[in-house]
Design a binder for this molecule. Structure first.
Ligand SMILES: C[S@@+](CC[C@H](N)C(=O)[O-])C[C@H]1O[C@@H](n2cnc3c(N)ncnc32)[C@H](O)[C@@H]1O
Length: 246
């Protein structure tokens, strides 16, 4: 063992004592352990300009879209979305109470709401024309990458990821858009009424991706970052008619 490893717990304790955000991440991890995905709350203004601009094109037929930012941290993502969607009704949902309190300090916008992330609260303000779920459905991906971990089933089970993707798909209007990236699993592996959008955002995954058993996918796959909600019932009816005609 590297002698410096012995000092790591001391360093962590110092951070927890003096860093309110780090403390809140740990508390959220303990108190909302069945609901939380990524614990860390790092965010930036206009963090995903290519994706935001592509979503603007995809949603150009919706004049006043309702948009959810799931896992909005301290609100920068929602503030950024306002620049791309001036007529939108924006909802930011966050699980970490310290980050949510930071959202409440942002300049007032009558069409911007921040909520504590629970399924009931998100459903109450839906349905949505678009949901942004950026860098949320993962757990400490840098640690996984640095340590070369090849199976994440125990750290972050696929079932937790899949049930959230299904919930978010249910919150979309038919044809609504799920914009999602920096996940450790593939949305394509979830049984949800979502169809990948084939545009310039479809490209090689940025970090390691894992299959539903939790095993590393090698080589790194190409993934979609935008999905349209399909009207599952209409599609089934259509499929049924084709079947009857044959
Ligand atoms: C790495 S930050 C990403 C923030 C922002 N979306 C971005 O990409 O810049 C992940 C955020 O997701 C939040 N989060 C994790 N699980 C959540 C859940 N179930 N509901 C809402 N927020 C969640 C965390 O508290 C954290 O603020």
């Amino acid at each position: 063992m590297n002698p410096l490893d012995y000092l790591r717990p001391v360093g962590r304790l110092r951070v927890l004592l003096y860093d309110r955000r780090a403390r809140s991440e740990l508390i959220t991890r303990w108190t909302r352990k069945n609901a939380v995905h990524q614990y860390t709350t790092f965010t930036l203004l206009d963090r995903y300009p290519r994706l935001f601009a592509a979503a603007q094109i995809e949603l150009s037929d919706r004049i006043a879209p309702a948009i959810l930012s799931f896992g909005c941290s301290s609100g920068e993502e929602v503030v950024s979305l306002r620049r791309y969607f001036p007529g939108a009704r924006l909802v930011g949902a966050e699980i970490n109470p310290v980050q949510l309190a930071a959202c409440a300090q942002l300049p007032a916008d009558p069409q911007m709401t921040f909520i504590r992330s629970t399924h009931a609260a998100i459903t109450e303000l839906g349905p949505y024309d678009a949901i942004f779920c950026m860098a949320v459905l993962q757990r400490l991906p840098h640690v996984v990458e640095q340590r070369g971990i090849r199976n994440i089933a125990k750290r972050y089970p696929f079932a937790h990821f899949a049930s959230e993707v299904k919930f978010l798909a249910d919150q979309l209007r038919p044809g609504g858009l799920l914009v999602i990236d920096h996940c450790q699993y593939r949305v394509e592996d979830v049984d949800a009424p979502l169809r990948p959008v084939v545009n310039e955002t479809l490209s090689l995954a940025k970090g390691p991706r894992f299959d539903p058993s939790g095993a590393l996918i090698a080589p790194q796959p190409v993934v979609a970052r935008m999905f349209r909600r399909t009207d599952a019932r209409a599609e089934h009816a259509e499929g049924g008619m084709i079947g009857q005609g044959q």
